[in-house]
Design a protein around this ligand. Structure first.
Ligand code: SR1
Ligand code: MG
Length: 419
């Protein structure tokens, strides 16, 4: 085996030479690296992503950069995030089999992961902007969120394993710090890296002037930062999902941390709601039908989560929490305890959902659903609906007992002229 290479950011030219000895590549792409074709396709905010093809097949090589790609080297970022992403992928693969790309190789010193090339999958956000439907999407996502949440918590894990995992991922400091700043804090004051669409000033002023809202958001940040209920994906938006017409996978868990169960499903629903609110700018005659489909995905994802969580509660409750010795073995139904836990999860989820809807329009990293709307007054009008619904979700999270209430709220805001 050759000695580990020191870190150097790969390029299309340097990759074949630097990785020519890596067995995962020679066996999956081809033994002679001079025949490899390399393309850099990363369109995210942080990393390099290469598609490497050859006579035997194609793989993905993902490498962390020592800074935030979106901003440049003025914002350094530790390479160790690749280590956490690798460990998150292995845990997700075990907890939600088939849901994430297979890892073929990990090189800690080069901060790179070689993984399965998903084809013909494309980033889900692109499909949502293009008005395409994905069969089985809600079922897949509801199950993924429930399985990773339940099996990464003390409802299922041995206490010692959970503590070891929390300690392991606690080393991932700077990446969650991005979320603590960009998601929970910056939208609510005039932070340096913020930007928002021209025309939104009155809405922004209203949100920043809402002290009750800021208190709720800070309470949510406290839960995010200090409640280690389960291992989160940490950045579960439609850019972290790849789909074909009928198959989906979750990618990119480098924002992994242990946190509150409601976080991933809440962020995910926010991204579907933003897709929903942006549609009037992307669709023609099919607007109503496509918006209805997005709401059905939200409804079914939540229902799928609920059903999968309840099934896991019934069949896999092997951890220290709510043991059968306190319930079933004494002839006591544990379903009310599950109901109570789910109520707390949904309260958190709708709060995180509203906050994500704010940060994608007010803070640094906006999403293409709105950003690609060229007509600025139209973009502002649609973002205003999204922002005001975000605030309503945060304020009313405790009273939203069913996802149908959230969808009704979205339909309501979709009709409003806020600006
Ligand atoms: C500086 S990183 C900005 C955003 O990109 C990632 O995908 C996360 O969503 C993060 O908040
Ligand atoms: Mg990402």
């Amino acid at each position: 085996m050759s000695a580990a290479l020191e870190y150097e950011a790969l390029t299309v030219e340097s990759l074949p030479k630097r990785l020519s000895d890596v067995a995962a590549l020679t066996s999956s792409v081809g033994p002679d690296s001079t025949f490899w074709q390399v393309q850099e396709v990363g369109d995210g905010n942080l990393n390099l992503v290469f598609v490497v093809s050859g006579p035997e097949g194609t793989v993905i090589v993902k490498q962390a950069l020592p800074y935030v790609r979106l901003v440049g080297d003025s914002w350094p970022l530790p390479l160790y995030r690749a280590f956490y992403e690798y460990h998150a992928l292995t845990r997700q693969a075990a907890r939600a089999p088939g849901a994430v790309p297979e890892v073929l190789h990990f090189d800690e010193s080069q901060a790179l992961i070689v993984m399965e090339f998903l084809a013909p999958h494309v980033i889900l956000r692109r499909k949502l902007i293009a008005g395409e439907q994905v069969a089985g999407l809600a079922d897949f996502l509801g199950k993924f969120c429930a399985q990773t949440a339940f099996r990464g918590s003390e409802l299922s894990m041995k206490s010692a394993d959970k503590k070891a995992d929390v300690a392991l991922f606690a080393g991932n400091v700077e990446i969650p710090a991005i979320t603590e700043g960009l998601v929970f804090t910056d939208p609510y004051f005039d932070a340096e890296m913020n930007n928002h669409t021209e025309g939104l000033d009155p809405v922004v002023a209203q949100l920043r002037g809402d002290v009750g809202l800021k208190v709720r958001v800070q309470q949510a940040l406290q839960r995010f930062a200090s409640n280690t209920q389960t291992m989160l994906h940490g950045d579960l938006h439609s850019g972290s999902i790849m789909s074909t017409q009928a198959d989906s996978r979750v990618i990119d868990p480098e924002f992994v941390q242990y946190g509150p169960i409601g976080f991933d499903i809440g962020m995910l629903c926010a991204n579907f709601l933003m897709a929903y609110f942006s549609q009037p700018a992307h669709r023609g005659d099919d607007l109503e039908a496509y918006q209805a489909w997005i709401l059905s995905v939200i409804t079914d994802t939540c229902a799928g989560f609920d059903a999968a969580f309840r099934a896991l509660w019934k069949n896999e409750r092997t951890g220290i929490l709510y043991p059968a010795s306190l319930f079933e073995y004494q002839g006591h139904d544990s379903a009310p305890a599950c109901d109570a836990m789910l109520a707390e999860i949904w309260r958190d989820a709708w709060t995180f959902c509203g906050i994500e809807m704010h940060r994608r329009c007010l803070s640094l990293a906006h999403n293409a659903d709105f950003e690609e709307i060229e007509d600025i007054p139209t973009r502002a009008r649609l973002e205003a609906r999204n922002l005001m619904m975000g605030a309503a979700l945060v304020h009313q999270a405790e009273t939203l007992s069913d996802v149908s209430m959230v969808c009704a709220m979205a339909q309501d805001f979709n009709r409003k002229d806020i600006l």
